[in-house]
Design a protein around this ligand. Structure first.
Ligand code: GDP
Length: 719
């Protein structure tokens, strides 16, 4: 007989470590239905009939956060045979809150007290027998990190699965509440067992008294029951939910002395001592800036970039492209096969793989920050500021990294647990100008704005402003609403990350990136390459010498009118915008081709040889050039970044929304800018100026309107 075992516990209790130990890190990774929260499943190694499901890290089983809803629905609807409730033994009082709720589900539970090595190290004492007696469930002391106690854990799980012994733990409540629970329990006797999903009647009674949203969706209260609850709450002068939650905390506090003995109760833990410095009011920010500088320096400026340049120039450029071109030429392949393979496939896919060294270094540093517990402090330090415009404290890291490259930036949003925040960050990160957009900025600043010093900072400011405006605007819409759980985030203890843990996390992320972004890139690069290299002539579809004859130029010409109100309604700018989708570096190199610039355009820009670039410059005015730049800064990022967004957003619908939103945002603000620039330079008022004013007012409305969605309600569909 095969048993299903669910692993539940607080974030940072060591769940991932235990899961990897028990399954040998061989997990099937997917998503929970309908959401992008990761779901891991694997077989327990020491046994052939135990299947382990990792539930999201949660602090309670209330229906406030997506993670809680997922865990709860799973326990309710799937009824695993056993729950392993992992608790951090060094932080028992907080962890046992969830335990009080887990044992109430009536599902046989084994409590795994993790980090026992730290307990022993501190000279403390955990009385497992007393703990087990209190909850009526077996308790096993383990150290997931060292692999201690795992055999005992697996035997206890097997025993629990075959004996199906439930805990008879009952949370003691005041007489009035108890009487009402009994009453509702009795009334539930007529409810079919299907509706109860195997949960004990007492559980339902408690949830209904708490007026728990998700429970009420399944079993609504009668008006008479509702009146009784209202009367009870009146009498208690509090709602039942807080009464029960307080009772849980008190029940744990009452047993703490008998289950845990601290050798030195006044000792400040190492974490507390580190936090005295790291989250100190004065030092917190400088330390944070230093850490971020290091992360940025190592991944974007030095080691990561060295690797990326090497892969781009040598591995992709010389070996792969050079080698394959020579090989295909020798084999006598036709030009189009060579072009497609070398420029289309290797060029496009190489552009993605080139990011890999940068990303691997970055993921390495981030996973160290994450596993050590510092990431939680960053979120803590920045949260209050970022919350104001709808982002989380953790959004900072993706944005900072995004200044180097949006791809790893977007992928770094993985570390944000709250789905709405993660989504928001993934969608807005590419507004921050990435390294590939710098040549466009440098060119327009140098050639059209006589190298004004304020030009580049303005571009970064535009990016940050776009993030803030989007944060405020989107947070008021349904998909991004959702307030933080009514739990104050507690800072986890600092821990030394393990080598294996870090490597595993780097591997998982890098591999996922290559796989997913790689497929999108491959396809879109092939299509764009074809459109750019071929034209339709009287002889049919043939390779063209002059970029102006390509299919892309024809398409560009056909839709260029769309950009007339923005000041750059010509095929050249349109085509450059499209090739920018492959990589933003392409914008300037496309210009070089379509305007017939001699020499390496990037080198010319670097050397400030503006006269050699006059063919491009003459094409624009200051206003149309800046409008073009605004559009490039804000519109959909390159395919690699879109691929990364797709991975973080989890489905095509959200990815399409992101791309459409970014492009609409770019279009609106280029339009507003260009039309106002025309008016201010003395041009007459036209219908398009009126449209620009309406668009501006519409953004003002979106920005300042009241939040239409009720606070505190999470929009989560039942899974
Ligand atoms: P999760 O958030 O619950 O998945 O927790 P993780 O498995 O990522 O563990 C959080 C941190 O605790 C990591 O740095 C682990 O290395 C560390 N850790 C996990 N189990 C133990 C343990 O038994 N002893 C010690 N000392 N550290 C542990």
């Amino acid at each position: 007989m095969k048993y299903t075992i669910a692993l539940a516990g607080n974030p940072n209790s060591g769940k991932t470590t235990l899961f990897n130990q028990l399954t040998g890190a061989r997990a099937h990774v997917g998503n929970w239905p309908g959401v992008t929260v990761e779901k891991k499943e694997g077989s327990i190694l020491r046994s052939d009939n135990l299947n382990l499901i990792d539930l999201p890290g949660i602090y309670s089983l209330s229906p406030y956060t997506l993670e809680e809803v997922i865990a709860r629905n799973y326990l309710l609807k799937e009824r695993p045979d056993v729950i392993i409730n992992i608790v951090d033994a060094t932080n028992l009082e907080r962890n046992l809150y969830l335990t009080t709720q887990i044992v109430e589900t009536g599902i046989p539970t084994v409590i795994a007290c993790n980090m026992i090595d730290l307990v022993n190290q501190a000279g403390d004492y955990l009385n497992s027998k007393a703990l087990s007696a209190h909850f009526g469930a077996p308790v096993v002391e383990i150290s997931a990190l060292r692999g201690d106690g795992l055999d005992e854990l697996v035997s206890a799980v097997k025993e629990a699965a075959s004996s199906r012994r439930e805990s008879h733990y009952v949370l003691h409540l005041s007489k009035e509440v108890e009487a009402e629970i009994k009453q509702v329990e009795k009334e539930l006797e007529t409810t079919s067992s299907d509706k109860l999903h195997g949960m004990p009647r007492r559980w339902w009674a408690q949830k209904l008294l708490e007026q728990d949203e998700k429970a009420l969706e399944e079993i609504p209260l009668s008006s008479e029951q509702k009146a009784r609850i209202d009367a009870l709450e009146e009498k208690l002068d509090d709602d039942v939910q807080s009464v029960i939650s307080t009772a849980r905390f008190k029940s744990i506090a009452a047993i703490m002395d008998s289950i845990y003995t601290c050798k030195n109760p006044h000792r400040l833990s190492l974490s507390d001592r580190i936090d005295k410095i790291v989250t100190n009011r004065i030092l917190a920010l400088p330390i944070f800036v230093l850490v971020m500088f290091l992360v940025y320096y190592l991944s974007i400026s030095t080691i990561g970039t060295l690797g990326t340049d090497y892969v781009n120039d040598v591995v992709v450029g010389e070996w792969a492209q050079g080698g394959v071109e020579a090989l295909l030429t020798n084999l006598g392949a036709s030009d189009w096969i060579i072009g497609l393979t070398v420029d289309g496939v290797i060029g496009g896919v190489g552009a993605v793989l080139g990011f890999l060294p940068q990303m691997a270094v970055l993921f390495l540093l981030l996973s160290i920050l994450e596993l050590s517990g510092y990431m939680a402090r960053i979120a803590f330090i920045l949260d209050r500021i970022f919350r104001k415009f709808g982002l989380s404290g953790k959004s900072f890291i993706p944005m900072l990294i995004g200044t180097g490259c949006s791809v790893p930036g977007i992928m770094a949003s993985r570390t944000i647990e709250q789905e709405a925040d993660r989504r928001m960050t993934a969608i807005t990160t590419s507004f921050v100008p990435c390294g590939a957009k710098l040549p466009i900025i440098a060119f327009i600043a140098g050639a059209l704005f006589s190298g004004a010093w304020w030009f580049a900072p303005i571009c970064y400011f535009v990016g940050v402003a776009a993030v803030i405006v989007s944060g405020i605007v989107l947070k008021k819409t349904r998909g991004f609403a959702g307030d933080p759980a009514p739990f104050v985030m507690e800072l986890p203890e600092y821990r030394l990350p393990t080598f294996k843990g870090v490597l595993l996390s780097v591997w998982e992320r890098s591999f996922a990136f290559v796989k997913k972004a790689g497929t999108i890139i491959l396809l879109s690069s092939i299509v764009l390459w074809f459109l750019q290299a071929y034209g339709v002539t009287s002889q049919g579809i043939v390779a063209v010498e002059d970029a102006g004859d390509s299919i892309l130029a024809v398409i560009g010409g056909a839709i260029a009118w769309l950009f007339i109100p923005l000041g750059f309604g010509d095929w050249q700018s349109t085509v450059a915008t499209f090739t920018g989708l492959i990589a933003k570096e392409n914008v300037m190199s496309t210009f070089a081709i379509v305007f017939g610039v001699q020499g390496d355009v990037l080198e010319l820009i670097e050397a400030g040889e503006w006269s050699s670039l006059a063919a491009i410059t003459q094409h624009y005015t200051m206003s149309s050039a800046f409008s073009f730049l605004l559009f490039q800064l804000l519109c959909a990022p390159c395919f690699a970044a879109i691929g990364a967004m797709h991975r973080e957003l989890g489905n095509a619908k959200w990815t399409l929304f992101a791309v459409a939103y970014q492009t609409a945002f770019a279009y609106s603000f280029s339009l507003i800018y260009y039309q106002f620039a025309l008016l201010f330079s003395g041009n007459p008022f036209t219908p398009v100026s009126a449209v620009a004013i309406v668009v501006l007012l519409a953004w003002f409305y979106l920005l300042f309107r009241k939040k239409p969605i009720e606070q505190g309600k999470l929009q989560v569909e039942s899974v």
